[in-house]
Unconditional design. Structure first.
Length: 168
């Protein structure tokens, strides 16, 4: 038996996640609409059968709607998507939950965090499919800035007392 293609893994993972969350095709269709993407129930059935391809915007909306990352939805993560937490209501709530785990914020971070929240809300509310990739790219870049700032702060903190045990 050969290795599954990305389309086959996507079809399988969408089906598994939908069933795990006890969503009908119509339920998933409605939730996708809340994320600004319209895929009819019949199209979702075809997607799960591997008879329908999906574009990047649909892939992002499917991942957000099912509460997983795109790599997991494509079966590129080590853990299986069905092991993830239950479905979340929006990109904004996922972003808020993820950024809440950062703990105490430095002086620059609140601005970046608020920017991330606003971008996530804009993704949720976007009725313009053409705006979604740009908003998603901006959100990713903002979160990367936060992560980079955290890494720099961690490097400084780790080295802050390194010279204490050396005589002057």
């Amino acid at each position: 038996m050969g290795t599954a293609t990305a389309s086959e893994r996507l079809a399988c993972n969408v089906r598994e996640l939908r069933e795990k969350r006890q969503l009908s095709f119509r339920d998933l269709e409605a939730k996708l609409r809340e994320h600004g993407k319209s895929i009819l129930a019949s199209g979702l059935l075809k997607l799960e059968r591997g008879e329908r391809r999906t574009d990047v915007d649909e892939l992002i909306a499917l991942a957000a709607t099912l509460g997983v990352g795109v790599p997991e939805l494509l079966g590129l993560e080590e853990t299986t998507p069905v092991e993830r937490a239950p479905i979340v209501s929006s990109v904004e709530s996922v972003t808020r939950n993820d950024l809440a785990e950062l703990g105490e914020l430095s002086t620059l971070e609140p601005t970046l965090v608020e920017t991330a929240f606003r971008l996530a809300a804009a993704i949720d509310q976007s009725g313009d499919d053409r705006a979604l990739p740009g908003l998603t790219k901006e959100l990713r870049a903002t979160i990367e800035q936060l992560a980079a700032g955290r890494r720099r702060t961690a490097d400084v903190d780790e080295d802050e007392f390194a010279d204490l045990d050396e005589p002057e």
